[in-house]
Design a protein around this ligand. Structure first.
Ligand SMILES: C[S@@+](CC[C@H](N)C(=O)[O-])C[C@H]1O[C@@H](n2cnc3c(N)ncnc32)[C@H](O)[C@@H]1O
Length: 270
């Protein structure tokens, strides 16, 4: 689609095209997955789904959630991860925010029973990471799993999350970033979703700087690529996409162009 913008391609991907239905994902999750001790061998669909749940667990273990906490997930997708966080980490309430109404409709269907049983504990809302539809100092915890690669202005995302967090609140963001700003050209050649603008992909250093500029403290950047790329590539190799550009993610990692990170940051107490 020449002339099509990254934003409209993204809208289609999470709208009518329903990325979650593609064989590279499973269990209503849409992330690359976390593989603690990946060993080559046949991966079952259940194991693939578990890898995606484990990415959530990896991120949320870095935040100490108290039972009184109100949490926000930005880019919740079909909200199966949001529900995992609610059930395994037990905040009092969790808000799942996503730009795509189609994704939120899928989320409402997938989590119908829980929402009917505990309507006050899981709140799904449409909105943008760049203009969070909440008053200042609303949340104790804010996190995002494999969505920030779509946010056009990470500095605005940083200032928005800082605004909606209470003093002492904590942020965690997991996704892939460029290892250095000069990787763009090579990555565009290797990765179709970067070439098309679906993935914006900032350099990790600029995201860290944006968090500091927004007022966050104790910004901590951790590479988890060793637990992501090999398992994800092995899974792609089992699917109909085994001969696709999707195999280039691992190549880009091996060439030192891209990595997968968990970034945590705190908002100062006053
Ligand atoms: C790769 S999916 C990840 C979904 C979920 N976190 C998971 O791991 O299964 C990215 C999600 O981010 C959402 N998204 C993209 N841009 C966004 C934005 N600017 N604000 C909020 N959500 C956004 C998409 O609609 C999509 O549901």
């Amino acid at each position: 689609m020449p002339g099509d913008s990254g934003a409209s391609r993204r809208a289609a991907m999470y709208g009518a095209d329903d990325l979650s239905s593609m064989a590279i994902f499973s269990g209503n999750y849409i992330n690359f997955g976390y593989w603690q001790d990946f060993t080559p061998g046949l991966i079952s669909v259940d194991e693939r789904t578990e890898s995606q749940a484990n990415l959530y667990r990896t991120v949320l273990r870095r935040l100490e959630i108290a039972p009184t906490d109100v949490a926000l997930e930005v880019g919740c997708g079909i909200a199966v991860g949001t529900v995992l966080v609610l059930q395994e980490f037990n905040p009092s309430t969790i808000y799942g925010l996503d730009l795509s109404q189609d994704q939120l409709d899928r989320a409402a269907r997938a989590n119908f029973e829980l929402i009917a049983r505990q309507p006050d504990r899981l709140v799904l809302q449409r909105g943008s990471a760049l203009k969070l539809p909440y008053a200042g100092e609303t949340f104790d915890i804010c996190y995002s799993v494999e969505a920030a690669q779509h946010f056009e202005e990470l500095a605005i995302f940083a200032s928005e999350t800082h605004r909606v967090l209470k003093p002492g609140g904590r942020l965690a963001v997991a996704t892939f970033f460029m290892t250095h700003p000069t990787a763009t050209t090579e990555l565009r050649e290797l990765i179709e979703t970067i070439h098309s603008g679906i993935d914006v992909v900032a350099a990790i250093g600029s995201f860290r700087d944006g968090l500091l500029a927004a007022g966050f403290v104790d910004v901590h950047v951790e590479s988890i690529g060793a637990h992501v790329w090999h398992g994800f590539d092995a899974w792609i190799a089992q699917t109909e996409f085994k001969d696709s550009w999707g195999r280039n993610w691992l190549k880009a990692y091996h060439r030192g162009l891209i990595d997968y990170y968990v970034v945590t940051a705190d908002k100062n107490e006053i």
